[in-house]
Design a protein around this ligand. Sequence first.
Ligand SMILES: *Cc1c(COP(=O)(O)O)cnc(C)c1O
Length: 485
Amino acid sequence: MKELAQVTNISEWLAQLSPAWDRFLQFEHPDALQNRNHWVSVLEQPLPEQGVGLEATLALLAKHIVPNGSAIPRPGCSSWITTGATNAALLARWSADLASPQRLGLTAFSLLEDQSLAWLQTLLGIAEQAQGQFTAGGASANLIALGAARQAAYEHLGEDVAEYGLSAPGVLFASSACHRTVHRAAAVLGFGRRAVQSIEVSQQGQMQVDRLALALRQARDQGVLPIAVVANAGATSTGAIDSIAAIADVCEEFKVWLHVDGAYGLPGKLDPDYEQQYVGLERANSVIVDPHKWFGAPVGIGAVFVKNAALLARSYSAGPSDYLEGSFTTENAQHSMDVPGSVPYNDFGIDLSAPARGVMVWAILKEIGVEGLRARVCRHNAMAKALGRAAEQHPNLELMMNVSLSICCFRYRPNINCDLNQFNRQLHRELVHRGINIPSTASVRGQLVLRPCFIGARADFKQVDDLLTDVLSIGERLEQVWSNE
Ligand SMILES: *Cc1c(COP(=O)(O)O)cnc(C)c1O
């Protein structure tokens, strides 16, 4: 028996595979579903007893796998908020996977882990004293932050929930537009999804702060333990930014933890037109942002910042372990492996082993700087505004919600009497079928809307024009078909 795994000369192998990446990024290939039977027949195979070697493996990757990937990196794909990665971020990620297969150890990668978190704090106005860490995404970032909030709430009762578990139920407060990962965090933390009390939003999609105050007062009167208030800095469906400063006032009054979910929208702060809406952010007890959204990092990187780092340690420290204790001698370190790194990230969250992710954020910001990222955010926001204006002006389009950040919620309005939700759902199906401009749908006050979120580094004003052209031509044709039925 012989092992075949190649572990050297990676650039030669890269040269073999990378032309397939270039071809993919021209976006001239058909959608994966069109050739599905073919690639399924090639790829669906029993467990191989014998290896075929790297050359044949790469040939399959190049010919059958890469070309049948996702539409997400397309410039016209505006449905998911995660996006195709930029070259800098991809190359940095592969470098980390190759040269630093852990964030542990005092390496150049771990320096960038710390530095890129500090850069995010400066860039986005997150409180200086907050302790950051990278996570797999926004879902785990929300969970880690709300776990720290849980620790704080029970410590106020004189209890250590991380050590002994829940002694009493608790309630979280979030707007009806909050991301469902907040509910998941509530479930995992032992409160249950139903413990997320929904606060109604305004016509603009923002949490109604007077209703939040009312809910907190009722909770206090009923002796219910409030765990946290979750404010949106960019709602996933509408881009709406909650009134952070006003919510922070209420949280202070009721002594409740303020968590700001900026997974999508925190970088919106770089646009001078929106900057004012983020006032008060530094008052939050915890904040999250996803580098794998507006920053253009490959999927698998979120970031969470918690003001009180000691709470993180009390929430997440696994306690002593015989496989790790004694591995590190922080005094008189003579080797990068002597030191766990400057920050004990593995005791501040839910992962032990984790990739070095900071180098991706470092590479992104090193390549284009704050100015470059600001230009991207401003361009995307301006694109949503341009689309919003077009929707207001065109007799067959209807703007369904004030444009906020890079999201525009609109729909087609035919000149016939019909179920507009059904009409727009079918219009959306046909857009997806064409496969060039792919927004998602969302629901605004019970109405189905087309909801592009411009976020990919490749998305530019051409995509606004193309989307409008597609929506109008499909809408007109559907209108004829429907009026003949
Ligand atoms: C995307 C998003 C999340 C979830 O983040 P993932 O990275 O997909 O896990 C949470 N909150 C908001 C507001 C989001 O837009």
